[in-house]
Design a protein around this ligand. Structure first.
Ligand code: PXP
Length: 242
């Protein structure tokens, strides 16, 4: 199975919103990433609209050739904004206003009653649904029960480990979670905090079909350009998965 790269362009929008104008344009960043070989584009529509705006969803959907994945909270406000844009995928994530970035996966077990109708609403709009979850087997089982199409495994704990520490226990959790999800018929994605330096062991997990990478890739693109940043990441992913 080939491993796809989904590029998250939120941080280009963060820079735009810092001045409230038109530059830099996240749609332009998405098109550059696409032409450099990214196989998907991800954006997070947050309740406070701190970076991506509703207009970005509409324009991205119109211009992209690769699938658009919109991350959002499982709220009726988010559904009203996201469903009309008809992205290929919606990834449901936990969200709180105070957080700098998504903190941890969804508690699918606790939220199952609330998630079920949201998953059903998205599915009936023809949108594929992914749930962002920690690599915990019971959460994966519940993701299958609420009829998600996919899980995105949270690599945040793995990514936060110091570079010189032993990451084998965290990688084993991700590997086991990926194996179970695949056995249950779920597509398996992963992301959060991945960098050129730490992507290898996650990219090597054979059941994972796609990695969603934002902050480190956009940070690198500031210095070397989007096309080179995407190319470097694709190369690191391919080297881990010959
Ligand atoms: N996946 C999810 C669900 C996220 O919320 C984020 C951050 O927006 C990412 C992946 C990408 O994480 P990072 O920006 O650290 O690469």
């Amino acid at each position: 199975m080939t491993l796809r790269l989904g590029v998250n362009v939120d941080h280009v929008a963060t820079l735009r919103q810092a001045r409230g104008g038109h530059e830099p344009e996240p749609v332009a960043a998405a098109l550059l990433a696409q032409s450099a070989g990214a196989q998907g584009i991800t954006v997070h529509l947050r309740a406070d609209r701190r970076h991506i705006q509703d207009r970005d969803l509409r324009v991205l959907k119109e211009v992209l050739a690769v699938p658009l994945n919109v991350e959002c909270a499982a709220t009726s406000e988010a559904m009203e904004a996201v469903i009309p844009a008809k992205p290929s995928w919606v990834t449901l994530v936990p969200e709180s206003r105070e957080e700098l970035t998504t903190q941890g996966g969804l508690d699918v077990i606790f939220l199952q009653g609330m998630l079920k109708p949201v998953v059903r609403e998205l599915r009936s709009a023809g949108i594929h649904v992914s749930l962002f979850v920690d690599p915990v087997l019971d959460q994966i089982k519940m993701a299958a029960k609420v009829e998600a199409h996919a899980v995105e495994l949270n690599t945040g704990v793995y990514s936060d480990l110091p570079m010189d520490s032993d990451a084998s226990a965290e990688v084993a959790l991700l590997r086991e979670a990926a194996r179970l999800a695949s056995r249950l018929g779920l597509k398996v994605l992963a992301g959060h905090g991945l960098t050129l330096q730490n992507v290898g062991p996650v990219a090597a997990i054979p059941e994972i079909e796609e990695l969603n990478i934002g902050h480190s890739l956009i940070g690198r693109a500031v210095f070397v350009g989007m096309e080179r940043a995407v190319d470097e990441m694709l190369t690191a992913m391919q080297e881990a998965r010959p």
